[in-house]
Design a protein around this ligand. Structure first.
Ligand code: GUN
Length: 282
């Protein structure tokens, strides 16, 4: 069996075209464009690339983006003041603080300072609490992209066994909750899980978000499963997923490539959340 490739790049491109129309409609009806503020503290090279990509994606579809660069050694208070200013700025509908932050700044305090109505990353404790109890709120971008990719296969999620490998606040935990909401039976695995191979081999849907390049081969995959590879680790200048693609592709039914799978969907969902925020905050 050779798996069907779930093309995240093509899907992201289709969604972005339709978002462009949504923005034109917003502009016609309300007379303003969605505005996204991105705060980057310091000069981490990977974060600089991520922020540049977000800025470019906004521009392409008509979202007004404002990048605020802050020095590595700014105080937490200065950063909180900047967030407060953006919270009160009517032209800004979404606020994103690029992570990681320098170690002298308390990440939780910073995320909690963002107005939940502008929390397009979906990281604020109020937003995650809403997700947990099933209330409307922003869904975090990578998990939202993952669910969209799974639905792209046309397979019903209801009643399926979904195994999530990874328990981060950004991916593992929220995607597990979202799969549960789609009526999957969900197992969350992590670095201390015993018999990982046996558990993951039981998965109809396998979401791998460990951050350990090429650690999941065909021995962990059930014949015909949907495999979503969230890993993006740079090895010798090349982007590697957590899954050994060349082996897994002969066992899975559907699989996302790296690059070109989950990655393009994450920014697309950020754009989608920013448009939702712009509709909500007139
Ligand atoms: N750093 C790596 N991924 C992300 C993300 O999705 N959002 C933010 N704010 N920072 C990140």
């Amino acid at each position: 069996m050779t798996a069907k490739i779930i093309d995240g790049k093509a899907l992201a491109s289709r969604i972005r075209s339709s978002l462009k129309n949504d923005i034109q409609k917003l502009s016609r009806e309300k007379g303003y464009l969605p505005g996204l503020a991105v705060i980057l503290v310091g000069k981490d090279p990977a974060s600089q690339i991520y922020v540049r990509n977000k800025e470019k994606a906004c521009k392409e579809i008509g979202i007004e983006s404002r990048v605020i660069y802050m020095e590595e050694n700014i105080s937490q208070d200065e950063l909180l003041r900047e967030i407060n200013t953006l919270n009160n700025d009517k032209s800004i509908h979404g606020i994103l603080v690029q992570l990681p932050l320098p170690s002298h700044i308390d990440e939780d305090a910073v995320i909690s300072a963002i107005d939940p109505m502008k929390d397009v990353d979906g990281f604020h404790p109020v937003t995650t609490g809403k997700l947990f109890v099933g209330q409307m709120g922003f869904e975090p971008c990578t998990p939202k992209g993952i669910i969209t990719l799974i639905k792209e296969t046309g397979q019903d999620i209801t009643g399926k066994h979904a195994v999530v490998i990874g328990r981060s606040n950004i991916v593992g935990k929220p995607v597990a909750i979202m799969l549960l909401r789609e009526n999957a039976t969900v197992t969350i695995c992590h670095s201390k899980t015993k018999k990982l191979k046996e558990i993951s081999k039981n998965a109809d849907i396998l979401v791998v978000a460990m951050g350990r390049p090429e650690s999941i081969d065909d021995g962990y995959i059930k014949e015909g499963a949907i495999v979503i590879d969230v890993g993006t680790t740079r090895v010798d200048g090349k982007l590697k997923g957590d899954v050994v693609f060349d082996k897994a592709v002969h066992k899975a039914g559907w699989i996302t490539p790296v690059p070109g799978g989950v990655g393009p969907m994450t920014i697309t969902m950020l754009l989608k959340n920013t448009i939702l925020a712009a509709y909500g905050n007139e």
